[in-house]
Design a protein around this ligand. Structure first.
Ligand code: PLP
Length: 361
């Protein structure tokens, strides 16, 4: 099959078509270089231009101030679950975690190996169908940092505004909604994101860290696990994931060309309205997330029975819509509609949903 279908997968996920086309066109030989990006040295001038270009575009796209360092690491968001507390949770200190789903729980579990951790809020009793209300969040003003997950990929919830952490450094796992809307980087001490949802293929993790945090890092960490190594060596201490960084560079260029983060927000709202509108106007489909916590990236919904859900996913796949099966902890269906997901795919899904309800409702 060479025809592209609509890919609703949660991650790795759809990439912009022009990015894939450019990568394909230049795969055998980068223009003027005569070698594939898969073959070049990470110490070459060519790669230097790629990684510096990615950093410059990140700063431009998201308005990242000069007092923040940008790192391209490996090990996924999951390694950041460990690196954040290793670097930022001092001996005898405590950290606050807001628990809004499986990923925040995993992040907290790693922090507990390093030191004292408190749950500042959790929506687990509601099966993570929402983000906490401000008055539910119990902050420790002496915490080393407050960690939260901006978008809960599995449950389909997303924060409207970041929690107010006061003077406590705010740390965010933004893996699944980074650059889906404007972000005020100044409010954060550290932002990390596995790239394979909204930025690039799997293999690179973006870390944005404020300068002043570097001085808190304890001595004696393993070299690769110490943010200072990667700051000093500009993410080139060892061989970085050259290809994912190259693709990220192309995705960033695409984002800027499309009109930047305001334009992404406009498109994502339009796609979300269309799909949530279809769910709300039917008695057949039922959304998992409460209205004010709904994610614009991962839309989770149920059908009246598990048999119908299975049939729905099977028929959708046959109709050219892949990846709609929900995560086992929520069940049902999940449509992931990241930046690169085209509105035509959402329109196709909504049409399919109406027809499925008519024939099975
Ligand atoms: C996918 C995901 C992760 C895990 O990312 P890896 O790069 O596979 O480690 C962590 N957090 C969130 C919010 C995610 O969506």
């Amino acid at each position: 099959m060479t025809e592209r279908i609509f890919n609703f997968a949660a991650g790795p996920a759809v990439l912009p078509l022009p990015v894939l086309e450019e990568a394909q066109r230049d795969l055998l030989a980068l223009p003027g270089v005569g070698m594939s990006v898969l073959e070049i040295s990470h110490r070459s001038k060519t790669f230097d231009e790629i990684i510096l270009g990615a950093e410059a575009d990140l700063r431009k796209l998201a308005g990242i101030p000069d007092n923040y360092r940008i790192l391209f690491l490996q090990g996924g968001a999951s390694l950041q679950f460990s690196m954040v507390p290793m670097n930022l949770l001092p001996q005898g200190g405590t950290a606050d975690y807001i628990i809004t789903g499986s990923w925040s729980k995993k992040a907290m579990k790693e922090a507990q190996r390093i030191g004292q951790v408190s749950v500042a809020a959790t929506t687990e009793p509601d099966n993570f169908n929402r983000t906490p209300r401000p008055e539910e969040i119990k902050l420790n003003p002496a915490a080393a940092y407050l960690h939260f997950t901006t978008n809960n990929t599995i449950f389909g919830t997303e924060w409207r505004h970041e929690p107010d952490s006061g003077d406590v450094p705010l740390v965010a796992d933004a893996s699944s909604d980074i650059f889906s809307r404007p972000i005020d980087v100044k409010k954060y001490a550290l932002i990390y994101a596995g790239a394979q949802k909204n930025l690039a293929p799997a293999g690179v993790t973006l870390v944005i860290i404020r300068d002043d945090l570097l001085s808190r890092i304890p001595k004696g960490l393993h070299t690769m696990l110490d943010y200072q190594t990667h700051v000093k060596e500009r993410s080139l201490y060892n061989t970085p994931p050259v290809f994912p960084i190259y693709i990220m560079r192309l995705v960033l260029k695409w984002l800027i060309q499309q009109g930047g983060l305001e334009e992404m927000e406009r498109r994502n709202k339009k796609k979300g309205d269309l799909l949530y509108g279809a769910i709300d106007s039917s008695g057949f489909y039922r959304g998992h997330a409460l209205q004010d916590s709904r994610s614009l990236m991962n839309v989770t919904f149920r059908l009246p029975s598990e048999e119908l859900e299975k049939e729905f996913v099977n028929q959708a796949t046959r109709a050219g819509m892949d990846g709609l099966k929900g995560h086992r902890s929520v069940g049902g269906c999940r449509a992931s509609i990241y930046n690169a997901f085209p509105i035509e795919g959402v329109e196709a899904l909504v049409g399919f949903m109406k027809e499925f309800e008519r024939t099975h409702g």
